[in-house]
Design a protein around this ligand. Sequence first.
Ligand SMILES: [Zn+2]
Length: 83
Amino acid sequence: MPSDVRLDAVQGRIVLAWHTDEDGLFLRFAAEETDVRLVCRCGRSHWIVRECLPPATATLVVTCHGCGTRGTFPLDVVRTPRS
Ligand SMILES: [Zn+2]
């Protein structure tokens, strides 16, 4: 199982890949070998996810479904779909 990380602890780290499933939002950070599940300060792990892609700076913007907390992460690569 992926470990849970708090948004506050990882805000601003570079994201290499991400995906969502029924358990929440999973991120792969640069220099990490495993995905982690992003957890909000309210304890939820479901996020509204939006990608801002080039020509703008590639950024992943997440908004908590529960409390509306927002976080942003630099995106290193374009997302590759995963099953
Ligand atoms: Zn929240």
